[in-house]
Design a binder for this molecule. Structure first.
Ligand SMILES: NC(=O)C1=CN([C@@H]2O[C@H](COP(=O)(O)OP(=O)(O)OC[C@H]3O[C@@H](n4cnc5c(N)ncnc54)[C@H](O)[C@@H]3O)[C@@H](O)[C@H]2O)[C@@H](O)CC1
Ligand SMILES: Nc1ncnc2c1ncn2[C@@H]1O[C@H](COP(=O)(O)OP(=O)(O)O)[C@@H](O)[C@H]1O
Length: 283
């Protein structure tokens, strides 16, 4: 698997753009980590679509992002956000959705309906998509049987996959590859099941990622992975390849970061700069 090429005669639009819909009052860092990781892996632009308090927090840390303010309802986006987003999402726009968008127990009926409408837009506009965290939890609760035409990379951890398959974590962990394959067929999506030895499945096909260590077992590291995969999609990688390469790079970044900070001390916010160092070494 190769990194996306980086022609000399290029400009920021050569390397694509990510529209990252993320964050809520409770989880502002998730929006930061996913956005910065898309830029660190090489995307030309990253736009964070979020409610104003999330934008304010991220803007204070990340000068390079572009911001699309979304209407707010309580701690998260309101249903009117669908109108704002539908005019921004063109055919083929690379989107990521779900990092920190709400706390599961607070997910309102409105947010469920908003998510259903957004997922329909992603499918209709054939957008390559990374679906993470609460995007997955809301999908699990939806009455609609969504099928993503294999343009979507779903990135559940075992509990999120258990919610999607209406089972429990123990069953998922017994046969991780088969569980990911089952979800891949159910949703017509690439399913990346996180954890020690992440697995990536597309239909019957499956791969196991060998990189990473317990430094990654800390809040926010999955948000970085979402950004990495979205950034690779922006650079025109096929979704399955972006998931496999993204997991590989993310795991190596955790390993390299733990050489400096130990497996105890790495923060998710350390990872984006190690992602850049890993890419330097892979090249
Ligand atoms: N700084 C931030 O803003 C952060 C925001 N976050 C957001 O917080 C929201 C809730 O996410 P959480 O993941 O905390 O909560 P969840 O309710 O989704 O699940 C967490 C539970 O899943 C199980 N689990 C996860 N990985 C597992 C594994 N490898 N093996 C076995 N069981 C496993 C564990 O029981 C764990 O307690 C998401 O929207 C997420 O994006 C988190 O990413 C944490 C950091
Ligand atoms: N022990 C481990 N070994 C290797 N990778 C791990 C380990 N623990 C967690 N990870 C990786 O770290 C990330 C954690 O993501 P996730 O569970 O979504 O956390 P969060 O939502 O807090 O960001 C995943 O990419 C997962 O594969």
């Amino acid at each position: 698997m190769h990194l996306p090429c980086r022609p000399a005669d290029s400009n920021k639009s050569t390397f694509g753009s990510v529209l990252n819909i993320a964050g809520s009052v409770h989880f502002r860092g998730a929006a930061y980590l996913s956005t910065v990781s898309a830029l660190r892996v090489g995307a030309g632009y990253a736009t964070l679509a979020a409610i104003p308090p999330v934008i304010d927090a991220v803007a204070a840390k990340l000068s390079e992002a572009i911001f699309l303010p979304l209407p707010q309802d309580g701690a998260t986006i309101s249903r009117d956000a669908v109108f704002t987003l539908s005019s921004q999402i063109k055919s083929g726009t690379i989107c990521s959705f779900g990092c920190g968008i709400s706390a599961l127990q607070n997910a309102s009926v409105n947010l469920s309906e908003t998510t259903d409408e957004l997922l329909n837009i992603f499918i209709q506009k054939r957008t390559p998509l990374v679906l993470d965290a609460d995007g997955l939890n809301l999908l699990a609760k939806s009455p609609i049987s969504f099928r993503f035409g294999n343009r979507c990379v779903m990135t559940p951890h075992p509990m999120e996959l258990a919610r999607l398959l209406h089972t429990d974590v123990e069953q998922i962990q017994k046969n991780r590859l088969d569980a990911a394959r089952e979800a891949s067929k159910k949703y017509e999506a690439i399913v990346l099941l996180k954890g020690h030895r992440t697995v990536i499945a597309l239909g019957e096909h499956g791969e196991i990622n060998e990189t990473g260590n317990s430094a990654l077992a800390k809040a926010g590291s999955g948000d970085c992975l979402t950004g990495v995969i979205a950034g690779l999609l922006a650079q025109k990688m096929e979704p399955f390849d972006a998931a496999v390469l993204g997991a590989h790079i993310h795991g190596l970044a955790g390993e390299m970061a733990s050489k400096d900070f130990s497996e105890y001390g790495v923060l998710a916010s350390d990872l984006p700069s190690y992602i850049a160092r890993i890419i330097r070494d892979l090249k």
